[in-house]
Ligand binder design. Structure first.
Ligand code: ADP
Length: 447
């Protein structure tokens, strides 16, 4: 747009709406005026001219009837009846009567009878309903009234727009400053939809913010416990409280154990942070049963130390996944199962295909999980019992990592548990395409 015109454009929404309505009204008014007035005018003029013609014709008839010498007298007599009109009577081309010319002749008609020709012209009657000044005044009042009405209408629309937009702008400013508890007023128009979307966004940001703060507070708490323990034992070593070689060795062992706990917590935190970035995953055929057997081989020693039987799955089950992530998930689930199972118990891995998913289950005969804890065990840093289950103590992040990894792989983890009887955690993954599935059936033989 031309810069000069651009500068003239009103800035406020109210002024813009008012201008738009006014322009629209003027266009409509002009069009209606042109169409209506020209139609009415042409009809009225036709009627006046018709009437004039009838009058002119009757005057011509009279003049013709009264003869040439009386023509002027007849015309003068007719003049008395037709008042302000201009009357010209011509007989054989010779004007026998005419009166003074009148200004503003609006309509005229001629009639010819033999040698007589009559011209009648009628002026615009300016003694109408209103005088010119009253008319101008009325038009001015109409213009001012219409302008005020437009301004009020535009003001209503503009005020509503301004309220919604200001609320959204204030909200966005608050979000930019890190406050997520703001909400914009909702309505059912287009701006209302924008407000609803804005409110959904701030609600999500708020809950994410709350979760992050809680998580940071929990992490700080988790870190404080081992750090305090390490400080205590180091102090004992330093000030000689732990004097005997046995006490010193015990202190050193505690420090080492707590440091290991810290290392595990930091490692799991790093892992989770990395998973939160949605890292790319490989998608390749993975034999879930084979992966289960490998995991069992890796953790067999831990199970033996605990006096627990650890049994791997048989056969094969092809799924589409990332082998490294499947390994991490199974290691976590089996480690948890070993920690939760008393000596003499059993941990068994089995595979099965169900509803288009491939599942590998880790079932133990351990202590089980109370039902009130089940909805939360996948939450970060959630522990059923705050005690240390594993030799190195659990970070409380293992199952969060498992759930996040399963989701990244396009799968999920389900859990069933009964207190005192044991738990079964099942990793469900998308199964391999038909060809791989057929190969898998052939390899494992008839069911
Ligand atoms: P941690 O790293 O402390 O084990 P997890 O996130 O792996 O934390 O587990 C969350 C909670 O669920 C822990 O309190 C853990 O004891 C409990 N849990 C996990 N697996 C089992 C299981 N197989 N049997 C009983 N409790 C379990």
């Amino acid at each position: 747009m031309i810069p000069a015109i651009q500068r003239l454009r009103p800035r406020s929404i109210q002024a813009r709406v008012a201008l738009a309505i006014a322009v629209a009204l003027v266009v409509v008014f002009v069009v209606v005026q042109v169409v209506f007035v020209s139609f009415v005018e042409s009809r009225a003029r036709a009627e006046v001219e018709n009437a004039l013609h009838l009058q002119a014709d009757s005057i011509a008839r009279e003049v013709e009837r009264n003869g040439l010498e009386n023509a002027a007298a007849t015309a003068r007599a007719a003049q008395r009846f037709i008042g302000d009109a201009r009357l010209v009577v011509t007989v054989q081309g010779v004007d026998v009567h005419w009166n003074l010319p009148v200004s503003q002749l609006e309509a005229s008609a001629t009639a010819t009878r033999g040698p007589v020709e009559v011209l009648l012209e009628r002026p615009d009657p300016d003694d109408g309903l209103f005088s010119d000044w009253v008319f101008v005044g009325l038009v001015a009042a109409g213009v001012v009234g219409t302008g005020a009405l437009i301004w009020m209408l535009a003001g209503g629309v503009g005020a509503r727009l301004r309220r919604s937009v200001s609320a959204l702008a204030d909200g966005a400013e608050a979000v930019a400053q890190g406050r997520f508890d703001v909400r914009a007023p909702e309505s059912d128009d287009e701006l209302g939809r924008l407000s609803q979307a804005f409110n959904r966004m701030t609600a999500r940001l708020e809950s994410a913010d709350v979760r992050q703060r809680e998580f940071l507070a929990d992490v700080a708490h988790e870190l404080r416990t081992p750090v305090t323990a390490i400080e205590g034992f180091a102090q004992a070593l330093e000030d000689g409280t732990a004097r005997s070689p046995e006490d010193r060795a015990e202190s050193a062992a505690f420090i080492r154990a707590e440091a290991a706990r810290l290392r595990e917590l930091v490692r799991d935190l790093q892992h989770l942070t990395w998973l939160d970035l949605d890292p790319p995953v490989r998608t390749e055929p993975v034999d879930l049963a084979g992966a289960g057997r490998e995991a069992v081989a890796r953790l067999e020693v831990d199970a033996q130390v605990k006096g627990v039987a650890l049994l791997g799955p048989e056969g094969s089950l092809a799924a589409i996944s990332d082998p490294a992530h499947v390994e991490t998930i199974l290691t976590n689930l089996i480690s948890n199962a070993i920690a939760a199972t008393e000596a003499g118990g059993t941990i068994r891995l089995t595979t099965r295909r169900e509803h288009g998913e491939g599942g590998i289950a880790v079932s133990d005969t351990g202590r089980g999980i109370p039902p009130e804890h089940l909805p939360f065990i996948f939450d970060r840093l959630y522990r059923v019992q705050p005690g240390r289950d594993r030799p190195s103590g659990g970070s409380g992040l293992g199952l969060s990592i498992v759930r996040r990894l399963a989701a990244l792989l396009g799968g999920r983890v389900s859990v069933e548990s009964e207190v005192g009887a044991g738990s079964t955690f099942t990793l469900w993954l998308p199964v391999a395409p038909v060809a791989a599935a057929r190969r898998e059936r052939v390899e494992s033989g008839p069911a």
